[in-house]
Design a protein around this ligand. Sequence first.
Ligand code: SAJ
Length: 416
Amino acid sequence: MYKTAFNKVSVVGLGYIGLPTAAVIASRGVEVVGVDVSQHAVDTINQGKIHIVEPDLDMLVQSAVTTGKLRATIEPEPADVFLIAVPTPFSEGFKPDVSYIETAVKKIAPVLQKGNLVILESTSPVGTTEKISEWMSEIRADLSFPHQNSEQADIHVAHCPERVLPGYVIQELVTNDRVIGGLTPQCAEKAKDLYQLFVKANCIVTDARTAEMAKLTENSFRDVNIAFANELSIVCDKLNINVWELINLANRHPRVNILKPGPGVGGHCIAVDPWFIVDSCPDEARLIRTAREVNDSKPEFVINKIRKVAEAFKQPKIALLGLAFKADIDDLRESPAVDIAQKVIQEKLGDVLIVEPHIKELPDKLQAGHVKLVSLVDSFAAANVIVTLTDHSAFKQVKPSILHEKVIIDARGIWE
Ligand code: SAJ
């Protein structure tokens, strides 16, 4: 058991970040109340089960619920800390949509009490933490907030962006350093006390705007580097050079470390967050915008390859290997592989065999007469064209001798 000034923590948003965070805090002996708009999520968690897929999360939630340290509700209730972990997608024209944050903040405002700490974990455009302080003050004129009253405020407000990698969330929640940005230095120190309950790595304090930008920078750095690899793959295709061999060779230089080209960048973070910087500084963030455009153009490049290859067959049978947005997970959200499959199906480029070992049924948008979800073995038995869209470990086991009998579009470089 840990000694702490926080007796009760409320986690608002029980998704991929909120639920693991709630369970980890509860595992440290603190009472945690999770709040979510989904009755299904709330009911599932209260039964000690989980509604999302993440290794080891089921055991952690089950134990936290069984010991009475974690429960979920629809309506917020008073607590010492409110930790907001709701989605921040983009809307029309790649504009950040902070409406989930605004709704969450306006829901907790009525139950706030003097001395409370409010932490925003959602990835957010610069300036959002100041805004949540303002939104709360509009509803609670009886309390003072850090944007008005600096260090003397009744409520403390900080931003501590989540940085965990899907598939490794439970481990990274504890082992990753945390950047904690307060609206005032005292806000940051208070938030640091909370994270030190469960983070074994460094908790580094800064101001809220820098913390917001740090998170956007991390994902933009990755996006720009993947875009470099993707652009190289397009250049090499034109110059008739094997990009995988090229990258291997270039990476032998002690200061070169090129990432992997692929069919595009998926998921709900790296393909989204750079737009938040572009939206704030459209004239300045030129490289960041171009990287997004390069990565977003990659699915069409792969579809073009499939079109060309399919034309050569009387009866093209196209096996698409992988739908998930990255290796060894079941997450199909914002996956370029799904977009590519959808286009191949819509354009009726041939019979389509989809191999995705992590799902049992095809998503609705990929259901069509000439499409089947099959095993890897069956796909190789039937298809004349094989396209790799996700680098699942299972696909790496294919014997090279079988590959010679097929036309291969290895967009992930699995067999290179
Ligand atoms: N990808 C490539 N080539 C590569 C690496 C990745 O094409 O060399 C593709 C993947 O296939 C995938 C996409 O990029 O489609 C993103 O995958 P990822 O593994 O790079 O990242 P995410 O989106 O799963 O998680 C990222 C992480 N951020 C960084 O690594 C900087 C994670 O730490 C963040 O917490 C997460 O975003 C988030 O929630 O923001």
